[in-house]
Design a protein around this ligand. Structure first.
Ligand code: FAD
Length: 312
């Protein structure tokens, strides 16, 4: 199918972009990589009259790590593709979660065009990036002709495929905090076929002091409506790293009680709940063993135990 007739605007400055969004706010849409929006248009699930294509807007393609050790921020501009973020050695060193999760997003062809900010704006509960933004305590910076504001992930996401953005607002960038040196972080998911959205996925940050776990936060994909973060500091605090296999059972129980999966043609709710627990257990034990993705900084190879085999 093809989309209904529409006008495409291709501004080159942020000011013109914001003017166009203001002018067409009733029936206009931002077009970034088009990897989510174009299928939606082709299936006629949305029928905007005007698309404001931001792929030529100067100043939106920033991708950098700022700050010092322990207090870094990763700035991802609205035009930065998933692939650029995934391949940045500097970003992998500051926060390996982004690259680790991005390798599970679709195929390289989609990641070459799709943007990380577009993914956050799309707010798909099956998407990896909205959850990683929430798990890391990140935010988005938003502009319109009316002014600018910053939104934390939990303010931004109000429902499945729904954000609190006004129709004339543009996310200019996403800001992900770097991970403290003593934190260990990872992501894992399972999909039925290479390139599919995950049936379930888990992101995890484990805080460690010497040989002791001091904190644990988990985020999920495909099993909650919005990226809700489960804080298990009280449950695991004081656990020795060598005791992780025993502590993992309690983590699994807490995770399965927290999530609220639905069933569909791909998998039942019970299966997704079971799977999420298995992924959480594996990830917790892996991180406690010290298999820290930070050590693979800059690499784009998939882990040998990758559950989406065959993907680049
Ligand atoms: P677009 O499609 O251009 O826009 C998406 C939405 O966000 C639109 O509503 C648009 O108006 C809005 N938007 C975009 N940028 C902004 C902005 N700066 N400010 C305000 N609103 C904005 N994603 C996953 O997370 N995991 C997957 O496993 C996955 N698999 C995929 C498989 C296939 C075959 C395909 C085609 C896509 C898949 N995706 C997946 C989606 C992909 O990650 C998209 O790239 C991403 O969701 C949207 O980014 P985009 O730049 O293409 O945005």
């Amino acid at each position: 199918m093809k989309p209904p007739p529409l006008r495409i605007h291709r501004p080159t400055t942020l000011e013109d972009t914001l003017d166009l969004l203001s002018e067409h706010s009733a029936a206009g849409k931002v077009l970034a990589g088009g990897q989510s929006l174009v299928p939606v248009l082709n299936m006629r699930l949305a029928a905007p009259s005007d698309l404001i294509d931001i792929t030529a807007v100067s100043g939106l393609d920033e991708l950098l790590v700022t700050g010092n050790d322990g207090q870094t921020e990763i700035i991802v501009g609205a035009r930065a593709t998933h692939r650029r973020v995934e391949r940045s050695a500097e970003i992998a060193a500051a926060n390996p979660l982004l690259g680790e999760a991005l390798r599970f997003v679709a195929h390289p062809a989609v990641r070459n065009r799709g943007t990380t900010v577009g993914s956050i704006a799309h707010a798909d509960p099956n998407g990896e990036m909205p959850m990683i933004l929430a798990l890391t305590g990140g935010r988005v910076d938003v502009r319109s002709t009316r002014g600018e504001r910053s939104l934390e992930a939990d303010e931004l996401n109000v429902g499945p495929l729904e954000t609190c953005l006004e129709a004339d607002e543009l996310i200019t960038r996403a800001v992900f905090p770097g991970l403290p040196a003593e934190a260990r972080a990872g992501f894992d998911e399972l999909a039925r076929r290479s390139g599919d959205y995950g049936l379930a996925g888990v992101g995890m940050i484990v805080d460690v002091d010497d040989d002791t776990v001091t904190g644990l936060r988990c985020g999920f994909i495909s099993v909650t409506d919005v990226p809700e973060i489960l804080n298990l500091d009280a449950l695991v605090s004081g656990t020795g790293l060598n005791d992780a296999p025993e502590a993992a059972d309690a983590v699994v129980d807490a995770v399965r009680n927290f999530i609220d999966p639905g069933g569909d043609i791909q998998a039942s709710a019970d299966y997704r709940r079971h799977l999420t627990g298995v992924l959480a257990s594996r990830l917790f034990r892996r991180l406690c063993r010290g298999e820290n993705p930070r050590k693979r900084a800059g690499g784009t190879r998939r882990p040998a135990t990758d559950t989406k085999r065959g993907r680049a």
